[in-house]
Write a protein that binds this ligand. Structure first.
Ligand code: DCP
Ligand code: MG
Length: 421
């Protein structure tokens, strides 16, 4: 799962499907699946409270101070050109994207491209609030929703009244109409815009929602594959990452059409039975995954990249504080989501980008910062600590709901614990 710029990760576990899992016989009736993705989400939420910044390049990230309203009514904002550090861009307005800035880009690199862009710190509570609002608005029209994170959902429109209607000359008029209603409801509830793709399955719906951003509605049928999907580069497919795209390119495959034309056996030879078969099916627009309305996370984690590489011994105190803060935040995440976990793990990235993980399984599930911090500390002891670190992460897995778990020792300040016990 890709790390997000907010450093929080949720690994999804098993889920409950909206319509039953595909049964090869009899064949599934044609489905109508939508993918809805909010436009420049964090940035658009910020523009709601700073409307004077509309039309300007704005970048979210960097963890600086929020803007200050001056006596004359103007807004004093930090600019990218003044940024020094190793933060990454969480997102950027479309004006900033025109200058080449995008999510996950280093802030210093973004500053070179768009020195005058306004820089705003992320406010995750606010984004979560708007996330809940837009999902609730969609649910009122179409209740079968799969939550894919803070700003995107899949929606099964198959059984939504009117979604399958056709009009002379437009067999997909119903789907288009429901998508427009969804967009309007989201705007009423949040004042934000989103883009929607509607297709026979999740894979194609996700590709479609990106086709006409921002504010687009794109409806595609299986028949549209050769004209709409096959010209796209393979990298656009959710499931083909940079490494696979590079391998495909080395084999002479750049577009999804070229991938669709490739022989299944040949793909299996090069990419293994499972991924090879998936590549083949995906390029042909085949995807039977149901829309899953409820899922339990497998693990919850927090991680942070330091402003500068820290040495385990020379910077021991600073590292210890960061480590403890991660555990405290993780405990808050667990409490908010209502979980405890039996496995605690750490992740370290050295200055040469090597990454190591260690974990420990406990007798009883834990949720409190002190308990997480103790267990994570014991994992740290099993890692070579002879060179500088650039990233530290803590994860709690084997999750369960508290209740059966005995109370954790209370009253210990986690910040008083030594880095290595
Ligand atoms: N995000 C992040 N780090 C990333 C990617 C995204 O923190 N590497 C956050 C900020 C985004 C939000 O998640 O606002 C949603 O991600 P999207 O990829 O959907 O990007 P946007 O909504 O910002 O833009 P788009 O209009 O392209 O969807
Ligand atoms: Mg988005």
């Amino acid at each position: 799962m890709p790390a997000r710029a907010d450093g929080r990760t949720l690994r999804a576990g098993a889920g409950r499907a909206c319509r039953g899992a595909p049964d090869p016989s009899p064949p599934m009736p044609a489905r109508l699946i939508a993918h809805l993705d909010m436009d420049a989400f964090y940035a658009s939420v910020e523009l709601l409270r700073y409307p004077q910044l509309r039309g300007q390049p704005v970048v979210i990230g960097g963890g600086g101070k929020p803007p200050v309203l001056q006596a004359d009514g103007s807004l004093a904002c930090a600019r990218l050109r003044d940024y020094v550090g190793r933060g990454v861009v969480a997102t950027a307005t479309y004006e900033a994207r025109l200058l080449g800035v995008h999510s996950a880009m280093g802030m210093m690199k973004a500053a070179a491209l768009a020195p005058d862009a306004v820089m705003l710190p992320a406010d995750f509570d606010r984004y979560r609030h708007y996330s809940r609002l837009f999902k609730a608005a969609v649910r009122e029209v179409a209740p079968c929703i799969e939550d894919r994170g803070i700003d995107e959902i899949y929606i099964d429109l198959t059984d939504v009244p009117g979604a399958q209607d056709s009009r002379p000359g437009d067999p997909l008029a119903g789907a288009r109409n429901i998508a427009a209603i969804l967009q309007a409801r989201v705007r009423e509830a949040t004042s934000l815009s989103c883009s929607i793709g509607v297709a026979p399955n999740k894979l194609l719906a996700k590709l479609s929602s990106e086709m006409d951003k921002p504010g687009g509605i794109t409806v595609i049928r299986h028949d549209d594959l050769p004209t709409r999907i096959w010209p796209l580069p393979v990298r656009r497919l959710n499931g083909i990452g940079p490494k696979s795209a590079a391998r495909l390119q080395a084999l002479g495959i750049d577009t999804l059409g070229e991938l669709a034309a490739a022989d299944l056996q040949w793909l299996v030879q090069h990419f293994g039975a499972s991924y090879g078969a998936w590549l083949h099916a995906a390029a042909h627009g085949r995807d039977d995954r149901p829309v899953v309305t409820h899922s339990e996370p497998k693990s919850i984690s927090r991680e942070t990249t330091f402003e500068r590489d820290l040495h385990p011994r020379h910077d021991r105190q600073e590292l210890g504080e960061i480590f403890t803060r991660l555990c405290v935040r993780l405990a808050e995440d667990l409490a908010r989501k209502g979980y405890v976990g039996r496995t605690v793990g750490v992740k370290l990235r050295y200055d040469d980008f090597r990454t190591v993980t260690r974990d420990v399984t406990l007798e009883q599930p834990v949720g409190e910062a002190v308990a997480i911090r103790r267990a994570a500390g014991s994992c740290l002891k099993r890692v070579p600590l002879d060179r500088r670190l650039r990233l530290l992460g803590v994860r709690v897995g084997s999750l369960s709901r508290p209740g059966q778990a005995p109370a954790q020792p209370a009253g210990v300040d986690p910040y008083t614990l030594p880095l290595f016990e």
